[in-house]
Design a protein around this ligand. Structure first.
Ligand SMILES: [Zn+2]
Length: 159
């Protein structure tokens, strides 16, 4: 059943697969360009953009363009496969351009696991040798303060 226009999707009530709900879903709105984001990579199936509440400098979200709520939803298997190239390209970007020593991949399904936006997404979190453990999801205010400069660094064309 489609989500009625203008009404938020109730938590736990998935919007049907492939049905953009960009009036109610932040990530659908970003994927269709209706909401701005600091995009660092995109292709036909996925879009990667800087998290506005980064856990680390360069924390990036990778999102399938198709609306799938979480890994348990219908169509999630196909959506995961479709974001594979974007995950690889974005990981390489962060390793090379920041540069980072490593990248952690985090992913949450449903509120109990920490999911806040109910459109399947993957967190790529840059890591540096000896950095503090990722044992909570508190954003790093220093990293969140220079997003435009960081966006330029990651998207500036290379010769
Ligand atoms: Zn969505």
């Amino acid at each position: 059943m489609p989500t009625p226009v203008g009404q938020p999707t109730p938590v736990g009530q998935p919007t049907p697969v492939g049905q953009p709900a960009d009036d109610v879903c932040t990530f659908c709105a970003i994927a269709t360009g209706r909401l701005p984001a600091r995009v660092v990579y995109e292709d036909d199936s996925a879009i990667a953009f800087l998290d506005i509440r980064p856990l680390r400098r360069g924390h990036t979200l990778v999102v399938p363009r198709v609306h799938v709520v979480d890994l348990a939803a219908e169509g999630a298997g196909e959506a995961v496969a479709a974001v594979g190239p974007a995950l690889q390209r974005t990981t390489r970007l962060l390793l090379e351009r920041l540069p980072a020593d490593g990248v952690s991949l985090l992913q949450a399904n449903r509120a109990a696991a920490g999911q806040e936006v109910f459109h399947l997404h993957f967190h790529l979190v840059p890591r540096w040798t000896g950095d503090r453990r990722l044992n909570d999801w508190t954003s790093d205010t220093e990293a969140g303060g220079a997003l435009d400069d960081l966006h330029d660094q990651l998207t500036e064309p290379r010769v």
